[in-house]
Design a protein around this ligand. Structure first.
Ligand code: PGA
Length: 258
């Protein structure tokens, strides 16, 4: 069970999928389900969808956010988007350091660190993604990698309540259909919480949600959520279908509202 001090968070990451119309139809199904759940619902959508989705979700508990941003406040960076622009479009949060950004677009911990600082200056919640590759796990380097990613990405980042979360996403589990086991996830989450304790102290570490991501679906979601340090989920492909995402949300149905 999730610690009462921490909210449960169910987040979807749509990656480069969906048009505005498809997103609005998805919300037609999800918006009535979300208020019945005792969890925060986040949807990281493509830039083009943020404004219309945020308007539609305005009076609901669903938060719309982005999947990336640039660290600069503005400037001659063709094709990039600034934190202030995300906020202007209605985004409440941003995913930072996703492994696809790190691997395909060669983002470094230092770059991610600057982005987190910029997001926090603008008032956006940062969801920092960390995780080891298969090679690193097999080489017994998981803890080292997680510690390095967390300490570099969070270096000099002042903690502000509600403005930072961590998602543990082992790279080998993302989009592969091979989710981590709940035991592997719990072990990594407890380790991550320990690093957060070193960085921010007991109270902050105990209050910060840590989400698990990597091949989560409606059939395995519950096994992760029952672990003490797994406070929520970051879901890729199973967040694209409104029905499968609704099924996951329903795991956290608050009986008082049903
Ligand atoms: P997946 O993606 O659920 O499709 O594995 C997770 C993610 O990339 O955040």
């Amino acid at each position: 069970m999730t610690d009462a001090a921490r909210p449960c968070v169910i987040a979807g990451n749509w990656k480069m999928y969906k048009t505005i119309d498809q997103a609005l139809s998805f919300l037609d199904i999800i918006l009535p389900v979300a208020p019945k759940c005792d969890c925060e619902v986040l949807l990281a959508v493509p830039f083009t969808i943020i404004e219309s989705a945020a308007k539609k979700a305005e009076a609901s508990p669903v938060l719309i956010g982005a999947q990336n941003m640039n660290d600069a406040s503005e400037g001659a960076f063709t094709g990039e988007v600034a934190a202030s622009m995300l906020k202007d479009a209605g985004a409440k949060f941003v995913l930072l350091g996703h492994s696809e950004r790190r691997t395909i677009f060669k983002e470094t911990d230092e770059f991610i660190n600057r982005k987190i600082k910029r997001a926090s200056e603008i008032g956006l919640l940062s969801v920092l993604c960390v995780g080891e590759t298969n090679e690193e796990r097999e080489g017994e380097k998981t803890r080292e990698v997680l510690k390095q990613q967390l300490s570099k990405c969070l270096e000099g980042v002042k903690y502000e309540k509600g403005k930072l979360m961590v998602a543990y996403e082992p790279v080998w589990a993302i989009g592969t259909g091979k989710a981590a086991t709940n035991t592997i996830a719990e072990e990594a989450h407890a380790f991550i919480r320990g690093v957060l304790r070193e960085l921010y102290g007991e109270e902050v570490a105990n209050g910060m949600p840590i989400l698990y991501g990597g091949s989560v679906n409606a059939s395995n979601a519950a096994t992760f959520l029952k672990e003490p340090d797994v406070d929520g989920l970051l879901i890729g492909s199973a967040s694209l279908g409104a029905e499968s995402f609704a099924k996951i949300l329903e795991l956290r149905q608050n009986r008082a509202n049903t």
